[in-house]
Design a protein around this ligand. Structure first.
Ligand code: ZN
Ligand code: ZN
Length: 941
């Protein structure tokens, strides 16, 4: 027997009960092993989640997709690996541990001890890996949790070593000096990949218009503008556009040179134009700087250079301040023009030695040092004016400190030779949405050499041993290091390849014989995640296994988050190691925003934590919210949307199920072994719709398009509820007389529900399990096979006809409403013209029942589909309508009195119809044995 269900459903409670039961009954284990001997495979590669904090709802989106497709292919019988990944290494963990320990900067770490610090980082990431595992289970995510991979593992790190060695063999690995974005708090370079659009903030800074005296021309100055006054001491040149028109302007004794187009805006009308000339005429003009007295600037010659790209006519003065040590563009121009390069600041953005009074003062924190100096120097003759300036300025992606540009030596992978190869690989991949490919290609086209080093502590130890003579060796494996080690091996041997232990190992320089040490740098964290299509697939230890699972069939992550990061690094590493694509299909999804359309922030009050969301909305609702959203668009996540989803889909489904179970229990109906397919038009229609749905859902999921599948599923559930259930109420009610039809209806209803729960299992694993188990008494829907689609059961003509029938009913209901006649009042006739399909007798019967009309006349013909209703009510029709109204009132009384659905009653009432047939109808419709006279309508139990 089915266990009774309640219409007042608590989805969260059901989920918790099922979680507990899954745990107890070992369903997960059976699920993981279901296809272990299967010949077909589905290779899913998990993008490692940063194990640094509890997981957020944005992680839940991607994880829902991951679970959905693994479940789908498991039901389809594919062998899978079910391996989840954790990302453990990198600055993100360090910053959190620094916060925990209340550290200000790198000096605090050194004082605390690198070993202790690195151990703390390991601890933190393992702790959050556990937290995230529990949260993922709550989401209903079925994975082989005990077999999760960790990017900090030895195999992952050594696999990256071998990748870097290969880069080195191709001569792509080099140490280069560049002016790079730098976080003064973290004390490290920030690679181009890490400056995402979100990493800019609207900030207001003091911008400075300053004057630089032209050499050998009295009282004549270049007027220059900068938004970063702290860089002025590092100025070596000015750039002008050779094609622009510049002017010389005089007021009193003073003469200024600037772009003619900007003169009005900056100087107003008081200044007299003396003459104009092209920018190219200014080439090599020399000038003096305000800081030329400082020791570091001794002997520097400042001059004007030409550049068309850097100089625009939109803002500034048309004369651009060039400080090659403190700007990327500046650096490039300086290399081209062979200019001096002045390094101005250290790791923490303090001025270096040689800057006089400024040395060891912080450049970024105290811009007023420079501004005040300009104000006072030579009676302020260098300063023109100061203006507040609002702009988008990059900040550190981890600690939100404003970035500076610094001239430093870092390690790079050269892109020029790799770029076209990576682009070719990118084109082999199936990108969803398709514009993801263009985005990736565009990134590859524009990205510079890959900066892979960081002057930090917790991360991949870059396997580069450098000698004082300038030679460096790249070590490709543990074994190779062991063979080359001449010192410190015993101190390292038993540890993971991390700082500080790895730094103990010295090798002998093959060029000069001196001891060479490892460079102190750790690696870019995207190396850690990018190698997993090799490390986790046993590339070095079990090639057969690797060949079986590589390339992955499918990966999915957030597109804006990963096209520069994980997708990029996966492609880079597979291109270098094997010259091919590491995955076949990638589904990129958008970002999760708050319901107000803003990025989620605790301070904005629009953030929802995963645990809270799971508790309040339930994860099946959360999952459907994600899956039924177009992945190409950003998603607005919140309780209002969740409630909409719940009403629109989950409750509708629950009500169908509830209706079925209640009626089955009252009728004591049980599923039979040998069921024949029903010939009833509604049953045939529902089966046809179901098999159409199986086909559509299967196709969509095979094409990694869950969004389309959810649209079709919702439509089906809607049709099921608003048409099949609605039109079948009388067929399975206790008073229904046609026993064969009742059996047909129950059988159809039952089979469709069972198959539907299987279809829904990958989408909403909890609700589908709850319904499936009660219906079938089987162990778990997640151990079932994916429903097979049966072409023979699809009746396209019937589906079309039914669509037309429903349209007709809609029109006729509208006519009744217009005429203000309730559906309970029978009417004589409905006439339909202009039907597109043939309306069968069975369909006419449906229309008659649905609309409560005595006769349906169909006149075929051209033109628009039309319905007209005969609204004249004869005395007989009126009596029948009143009898129906009585039935409704008595049913209400039954409900109020708490009658069981099969409980017989007696009724007392003032106006019973005279017609015996109508009396009989009332008795049947209300399970009444007697209709007794009385003053007021009452029931007797
Ligand atoms: Zn930082
Ligand atoms: Zn050497």
């Amino acid at each position: 027997m089915f266990k009774p269900v309640t219409p007042k459903v608590d989805f969260v409670e059901i989920e918790k009960k099922i979680l507990e039961w899954w745990e107890k009954s070992g369903i997960l284990k059976k699920y993981l092993q279901k296809n272990k001997n299967s010949k077909t495979r589905f290779s899913f590669l998990d993008g490692p989640i940063t194990a640094n904090n509890p997981m957020g709802v944005h992680h839940a989106w991607g994880r829902t997709y991951k679970d959905l497709w693994q479940r789908f292919f498991n039901m389809k019988g594919c062998q899978q690996r079910f391996q989840n990944g954790f990302d453990n290494q990198g600055l993100w963990v360090e910053v959190e541990v620094e916060k925990e320990l209340d550290f200000k900067d790198k000096k605090d770490i050194e004082k605390y001890g690198i070993e202790k610090f690195v151990n703390k980082c390991k601890e933190r990431t393992l702790k959050f890996a556990k937290v995230q595992t529990e949260q993922s289970k709550r989401l209903g995510y079925f994975m082989d949790w005990r077999n999760s991979y960790y990017t900090m593992s030895d195999e992952n790190n050594y696999m990256i070593w071998s990748f870097l060695k290969k880069c080195h063999e191709n001569k792509w690995l080099y140490k280069g000096k560049d002016s790079v974005p730098w976080c003064p708090r973290c004390g490290t370079a920030i690679s181009q990949h890490e400056i995402l659009t979100e990493e800019y903030q609207e900030l207001t800074h003091d911008s400075v218009y300053f004057k630089l005296p032209v050499k050998d021309k009295e009282n004549t100055f270049f007027l220059v503008w900068t938004t970063t006054p702290w860089t002025i001491p590092a100025n070596v040149a000015l750039a002008v556009n050779p094609d622009f028109k510049y002017g010389v302007y005089q007021k009193g004794k003073e003469i200024l040179i600037l772009l003619k187009d900007l003169k009005e805006k900056i100087l107003g009308k008081d200044w007299q134009e003396m003459r104009t000339f092209k920018g190219q005429d200014l080439k090599n003009w020399q000038y003096q700087g305000p800081f030329d007295d400082l020791p570091r600037l001794k002997g520097i010659i400042h001059k004007v250079v030409l550049d068309k790209d850097l100089v625009t006519a939109e803002e500034g003065t048309g004369i651009v301040h060039i400080a090659p040590g403190a700007g990327q563009e500046d650096f490039r121009l300086a290399k081209k023009e062979n200019l001096d390069m002045i390094e101005a600041i250290d790791e923490e953005a303090n001025y270096l030695d040689g800057f006089g009074q400024f040395s060891s003062q912080n450049a970024k924190k105290h811009p007023e040092l420079i501004i005040n100096y300009l104000r006072e120097k030579d009676n302020g003759s260098f300063l023109f004016k100061i203006e507040k300036y609002k702009h988008r300025y990059p900040v550190c992606w981890r600690c939100k400190t404003e970035l500076v540009w610094r001239l430093v030596e870092e390690w790079y992978i050269a892109m020029d030779e790799l770029r076209p190869k990576m682009m070719a690989v990118t084109k082999k991949i199936n990108w969803l949405p398709s514009w993801g490919k263009e985005r990736e290609l565009d990134w590859l086209k524009n990205m510079e050499d890959w900066l892979i080093s960081k002057k930090r502590y917790w991360g991949l130890a870059l396997p580069i041993w450098e000698c004082a003579c300038g030679h460096f060796e790249v070590i490709g494996s543990y074994q190779e290091l062991k063979e080359k080690a001449v010192e410190g091996w015993n101190k390292f041997e038993k540890h993971s390849p991390h700082r500080p232990w790895i730094d103990e190992v010295k090798i002998k320089c093959p060029k000069c014989g001196q001891l060479a040490s490892r460079i102190k740098d750790v690696g870019n964290p995207w190396l850690d995640a990018g190698i997993v299509s090799f490390s986790t697939l046993k590339y070095q230890t079990d090639k057969k296994y690797w060949t079986e699972w590589f390339p992955a069939d499918f990966i999915t992550e957030s597109l804006p988050g990963q096209f520069k990061n994980w997708f990029y690094s996966l492609i880079a590493m597979a291109t270098v190691l094997e010259g091919t694509n590491p995955f076949r299909t990638v589904l990129g999804h958008g970002m999760v925003l708050g319901e107000d359309g803003q990025a989620m922030h605790k301070s904005m009050g629009n953030a929802i934590e995963f645990n809270e969301g799971a508790e309040k909305m339930g994860v099946d609702v959360m999952r459907w919210l994600f899956i039924s959203h177009n992945p190409a668009d950003n998603l607005l996540f919140g309780y209002k949307t969740a409630d909409e989803v719940r009403r629109r889909f989950h409750l509708l489904l629950w009500n169908i199920y509830n209706f079925f179970i209640n009626n089955a229990l009252i009728n004591q109906w049980q599923p039979k072994e040998n069921k024949k397919n029903s010939q009833n038009i509604l049953d045939r229609w529902l089966f046809s719709r179901l098999h159409t749905l199986i086909k559509q859902t299967t196709d969509s999921l095979e094409n990694f398009d869950a969004f389309s599948a959810t649209i079709k599923i919702e439509k089906f559930v809607n049709d099921f509820s608003t048409w099949y259930v609605r039109r079948s109420r009388d067929r399975i009610s206790l008073s229904a007389e046609n026993q064969k039809d009742k059996e047909d209806c129950f059988t159809t209803f039952y089979s469709v529900l069972v198959i539907l729960t299987k279809l829904l299992a990958p989408f909403i694993p909890f609700l589908s399990e709850e319904i499936f188990r009660n219906l079938t008494n089987e162990e778990s829907v997640h151990l079932e096979e994916w429903p097979e689609f049966n072409e023979k059961l699809i009746e396209r003509e019937l589906e079309k006809e039914m669509e037309e029938v429903r349209k007709i009913c809609e029109m006729a209901h509208a006519l009744r409403k217009e005429a203000k006649i309730k559906v309970r009042q029978p009417l004589k006739e409905l006439t339909i013209t202009g039907t597109r399909t043939k309306i069968s007798e069975d369909s006419k019967k449906l229309v008659k029942d649905e609309l409560n009309v005595k006769k349906v006349v169909v006149k075929e013909g051209k033109g628009e589909l039309k319905a007209s209703l005969d609204t004249k009510i004869s005395p007989e029709l009126k009596a029948e309508g009143e009898a129906r109204e009585l039935v409704r009132q008595i049913q209400d009384l039954r409900k109020k009195a708490g009658c069981r659905l099969d409980e017989k009653i007696k009724v007392v009432g003032p106006n019973w119809p005279e017609d015996k047939k109508l009396q009989e109808d009332i008795r049947k419709g209300t399970l009444s044995t007697d209709l007794l006279p009385g003053e007021k309508l009452e029931i007797i139990k």
